[in-house]
Design a binder for this molecule. Structure first.
Ligand code: ADP
Ligand code: MG
Length: 285
């Protein structure tokens, strides 16, 4: 069965992963008519709250009132199914967020109960469930984005479903420090637990600067430090950069990506540029 291109958005710090993941995933369907699924793999459920009205979000908690379920129920159902079986009727798990003539964005939502998965008595969560879910939805999507939590064993669940990762980074001192550790997780720690039937090696699609404030001396200095680390680790850095602006927080409050809440702003243009660069890079992989 066709397995889509799956990109996990990862970083060991809160640097706008969710904001970037939501805007990029939505942007691919909005600007380029792609068929996209966003998987919210963070118990904090910020991507879900970014994209869903409060009314819809509340309904998720009243399971009997909601036709749709969340990633928590995907785990529950796959846990009782045997290891080989796929889920039936995956539509019941996903929410339609946006649809154009040809493209769409669907969301596999999250909720706080997802954190229980990390405390299961068996120790670690089974990492392979998300890949099995994506396999179950088959060719419905061209791209899947996984919004991963910052530091959690669920990060491995995100890695085990993806062929590549995208790493948002804020050009400041503390954000730079985490890169070698993230590299170690991707190239050593995670491969040590990966099973042969999971997806093969993960490539790093690149680093994306977010929350850039060109007025700060720290920005130029950090970018030069990040460039050195990126060269050493052999990571590309995207040309497109996303500026620091409260418009992003406002757009989340309006449950819309920034290019719909502020369509004529420079931030809308920055996201559109990122979408185009992303497609060029991933299709060149
Ligand atoms: N480019 C940006 N400029 C200003 N604020 C931003 C930007 N991107 C994200 N934020 C804000 O930073 C905070 C953390 O972002 P979020 O996407 O939740 O990060 P993470 O998922 O890495 O924890 C949120 O309040 C969000 O609105
Ligand atoms: Mg987040």
């Amino acid at each position: 069965m066709a397995y889509p291109k799956v990109v996990s958005v990862v970083s060991l710090k809160g640097v706008g992963k969710t904001t970037l993941c939501v805007n990029l995933a939505y942007g691919l369907s909005y600007f380029l008519n792609k068929k996209v699924l966003l998987v919210d793999l963070d118990p904090q459920a910020n991507a879900t709250q970014y994209l869903m009205s409060q009314r819809m979000y509340k309904k998720l908690y009243l399971a009997e009132e909601s036709r749709k379920k969340t990633v928590v129920e995907v785990y529950d159902e796959l846990r009782i199914a045997d290891r080989q079986s796929l889920l039936k009727n995956c539509d019941r798990f996903v929410h339609r967020i946006y649809k154009s003539e040809n493209g769409y964005l669907y969301l596999l939502a999250s909720k706080i109960e997802l954190c229980l998965m990390t405390f299961q008595s068996s120790g670690l969560p089974k990492y392979d469930e998300i890949r099995r879910f994506i396999e179950s939805v088959g060719g419905d999507y061209e791209f899947v984005f996984i919004d991963c939590p910052t530091v959690s064993s669920m990060l491995y669940a995100g890695l085990s479903a993806a062929q590549s990762v995208l790493v948002p980074i804020k050009p400041d001192f503390l954000s730079t420090i985490g890169l070698p550790l993230l590299h170690r997780i991707i190239t050593e720690e995670y491969p040590a637990i990966r099973r042969p039937d999971w997806i093969g090696e993960i490539s790093v699609l690149g680093l994306v600067y977010n929350m850039v404030d060109n007025r700060l001396k720290m920005t130029t200095e950090s970018m030069s430090d990040i460039r050195k680390v990126a060269d050493r680790l052999n990571y590309d850095i995207f040309e497109s950069r996303i500026s620091n602006s409260a418009k992003f927080a406002w757009s989340s409050k309006r449950t819309l990506p920034v290019f719909r809440s502020e369509p004529s702003s420079r931030y809308a243009e920055e996201i559109e540029n990122l979408v185009n660069e992303f497609i060029e890079r991933i299709e060149g992989e």
